[in-house]
Design a protein. Structure first.
Length: 264
């Protein structure tokens, strides 16, 4: 059996530096090492210490998952744990997530992982996903942009699609994740019957990209905020994203309260 070549740590570090568009000199200065030493590390002439790998990973803003891979490539054990959200040691994280979701009712809020797969959501998200095939609801981007998902009910689909694809494109650049790149290619193939702007240019008075959604004949308008854990030391925790939707006007707020009371 042919085994895949283990890429050396220097090659991976150079790739991350190129991706971040940082020169050797700038990285060496920020990481407080000599340019010569950094050059030797990247070319394999010098083996970095464990602390050096972690320091360079931090200054290159490498995701925790990829910092572990850098350590493995250098011959060291991973520094960051990766626990499943259901593990007993993650009780505090689960409770914090549930508190945030419940506290946001009657407005929708959801938690996704690095693949945009749905981890948890509050009851108000049901307003978005009612009637959507179950196989689509596992991934929020597919659920939103697929023609059998939310897409037919999004009044500004072209604008919202451009916003979501832009976020995913930036995430691909940030993480170099091949799976996310494939997801981006898949989503780009979904049909859209509205113009999709290549660049988000705000109109007069615009302060955010709204989500305009029609629910049972009523037009609703939302804006969203994104939250992450501020000081994660676990890969799973670092990759969790909580997206909360707020009504962009009193009519939408009133409808959400009425809908929540009606569905119980």
């Amino acid at each position: 059996m042919v085994q895949a070549r283990q890429r050396p740590v220097g090659e991976l570090l150079r790739e991350w530096r190129d991706r971040r568009r940082i020169s050797q000199l700038d990285l060496a200065i920020s990481a407080d090492i000599s340019t010569r030493h950094l050059s030797f590390v990247e070319t394999g002439r010098s083996k970095p210490s464990r602390d050096m790998v972690l320091r360079l990973g931090e200054h290159l803003d490498v995701p925790l998952r990829e910092r572990n891979r850098l350590l493995l490539a250098a011959g060291y054990a991973p520094a960051y744990t990766e626990n499943a959200l259901g593990d007993p040691g993650m009780d505090a994280v689960r409770q914090a997530v549930r508190q945030l979701l419940a506290g946001h009712e009657p407005y929708p809020a959801a938690v996704v992982d690095r693949n945009w797969d749905l981890v948890d959501a509050n009851a108000a998200v049901g307003l978005f996903v009612a009637g959507i095939p179950a196989e689509l609801t596992t991934n929020v981007l597919r659920a939103t942009l697929h023609p059998d998902g939310m897409a037919p009910h999004i009044l500004n689909l072209g604008e919202w699609r451009a916003h979501l694809l832009g976020r995913l494109r930036r995430q691909v650049t940030q993480t170099a994740d091949a799976g996310l790149s494939e997801l981006l290619d898949e989503l780009r193939e979904y049909p859209c019957d509205q113009p999709v702007p290549e660049v988000e240019v705000p109109g007069p008075g615009d302060i955010f990209v709204p989500l305009k959604f029609r629910h049972e004949g009523t037009d609703l308008t939302f804006f969203s905020t994104v939250a992450t854990f501020g000081t994660p030391l676990d890969v799973t925790v670092a990759e969790l994203v909580i997206e909360s939707f707020f009504p962009a006007g009193p009519a939408t707020a009133a409808y959400l309260r009425e809908w929540a009371a009606r569905v119980g």
